[in-house]
Write a protein that binds this ligand. Structure first.
Ligand code: SF4
Length: 459
């Protein structure tokens, strides 16, 4: 399960995950269960589609008026006694965080889930400076103890079986050998984390939404861990991407209604906390990070990916993600939204093809991010940059020529039908590449679609 450490392409990493068929089966089933719960939760809200439209419009409006809202947010935060910092990239973000922590002689930091700190590689940076970082979300703590990055943005340890978690906890926090009961393991984790909260010098969280009109942030967790981390130590830090901004509380109420429903079918995240300022005698810092987002905003289609509220719904429904696992994507965010925002960073240039373009992700997205269009566009960007993965650069122009000529296409289809009918699968499968490895070749239809159509429909 250490695919994340290698630099192989998506299909090769998926191949490692697919070797354990039983794991692939329950991974797919577990995520599909979340998709089903999401469907039931969405169907129970008559104005669901209206909420999606509103969510999309709120995010798009804020993104297209970002400078004014960022200024308003900063001014209102300062009025509330919050110290605001600006970071152009991950390195600057990490330096700012370290500076604040060193000024307060922090030795232990408790952190609640933040994909932005993953994006900035904060944990290894702080650890290299001698600061202990404890992730406090249960799933995050599990993978931190297992020395792995998250494999999903909402359920980061979804790839691990309860027996594996039991063994890990036995080794790292001293639970009974062989124990795999989720209640027992959760209780043990809670006691272990309570100890961490009580002995931490500072708390840090991500930000689900920054409210410009209020100078406040919203942090959502189901375990209350962000609240423990924010209320016990006097010093708190919050990392926020510029895309997390929204105008006001009314906008937050719309997004909060869809976030948890779309993630796991829950009515609302259990702890949806609004932080307006430091606790008495304490200090609260917000670090606002760009890290490539302004550049994405310059491209009309890529800008739409910044509407994402990180619900994870697109991963749960994606047939490729469910069967290839989160570590096959060469980016810290996997699945459809990972491809949309991470393709640029994928040196293997393979992740835009980790998609069937079925559009299921776009269908479920609560802020109407046009994911499959963005993914198709990412393929085009790779082709235009001369970065098509090995093989595709050679045959895709040929495929284009064949597809654009009815005569060539009909000839090619006749050859394919003949081959499928008369040649052995073992001879044909290598031509299907990674796609054919885990699939049976289709049966050849009796005639071409064109012939069928002429006979049955064109009267
Ligand atoms: S792109 Fe949409 S569905 Fe996917 S995580 Fe973001 S908000 Fe959720």
């Amino acid at each position: 399960m250490s695919q994340a450490q290698t630099s192989a392409g998506h299909a090769d990493k998926a191949d490692i995950f697919c070797k354990d068929e039983a794991r692939v089966d329950w991974h797919s089933k577990a995520l599909w269960l979340l998709r089903q719960k999401r469907d039931r939760a969405a169907a129970a809200v008559p104005e669901w589609e209206e909420l999606r439209t509103l969510g999309s419009e709120i995010k798009l409006h804020t993104l297209t008026h970002l400078p004014q809202y960022l200024e308003q947010f900063e001014a209102n935060c300062q009025k509330n006694g919050i110290i605001v910092h600006w970071a152009k990239d991950g390195d600057e973000h990490n330096r700012i965080v370290h500076e604040i922590l060193s000024q307060h002689q922090v030795k232990k930091l408790v952190k609640s889930k933040s994909m932005l700190t993953e994006e900035c590689h904060l944990n290894p940076y702080l650890e290299s400076k001698g600061i202990e970082v404890i992730d406090t979300d249960l799933g995050e703590r599990i993978i931190q103890l297992n020395k792995q990055p998250p494999s999903h943005i909402v359920v980061p340890a979804i790839h691990l079986k309860k027996e594996e978690v039991g063994q890990l906890f036995h080794e790292k926090i001293g639970t009974e050998a062989g124990a795999s009961d989720p209640t027992y393991l959760t209780r043990a984790a809670r006691a272990h984390l309570r100890e961490q909260f009580l002995t931490a010098d500072a708390g840090m969280t991500g930000v689900n939404m920054g409210i410009a009109e209020e100078g406040a942030i919203v942090v959502c967790t189901n375990e209350g861990n962000a609240d423990m981390g924010c209320n016990l130590p006097k010093l708190t830090l919050h990392s926020m991407g510029i895309d997390k901004l929204i105008p006001n509380k009314a906008a937050a109420s719309v997004l909060l209604r869809t976030l948890a429903r779309n993630a796991i079918g829950q009515l609302i995240t259990t702890y949806s906390s609004f932080y307006h300022g430091p606790k008495p005698g304490g200090e609260m810092h917000i670090i606002i990070v760009d890290n490539g987002r302004s550049e994405m905003l310059q491209d009309k289609l890529l800008a739409e990916s910044l509407k994402c509220i990180r619900c994870g719904g697109c991963m749960n429904t994606c047939p490729v993600y469910r069967r290839s696992g989160g570590y096959s994507y060469n980016y810290f965010i996997p699945g459809p939204i990972g491809i949309a925002v991470g393709s640029k960073h994928d040196d293997t240039n393979t992740i835009p093809w980790a998609c069937t373009l079925c559009g299921s992700c776009t269908y479920v997205c609560p802020t109407k991010v046009p994911l499959h269009n963005i993914i198709a566009y990412q393929r085009r960007l790779k082709a235009e940059a001369g970065k098509l993965p090995y093989g595709k650069a050679g045959y895709m122009p040929m495929v284009g020529k064949v597809m654009s000529s009815p005569t060539l296409l009909n000839c090619a289809m006749s050859v394919a039908r003949f081959s499928l009918r008369y040649l052995p699968g073992s001879l044909l499968k290598p031509f299907a590449g990674a796609w054919g490895k885990y699939r049976e070749l289709p049966k050849a239809p009796a005639s071409s679609f064109e012939a069928w159509y002429k006979k049955n429909r064109s009267k």
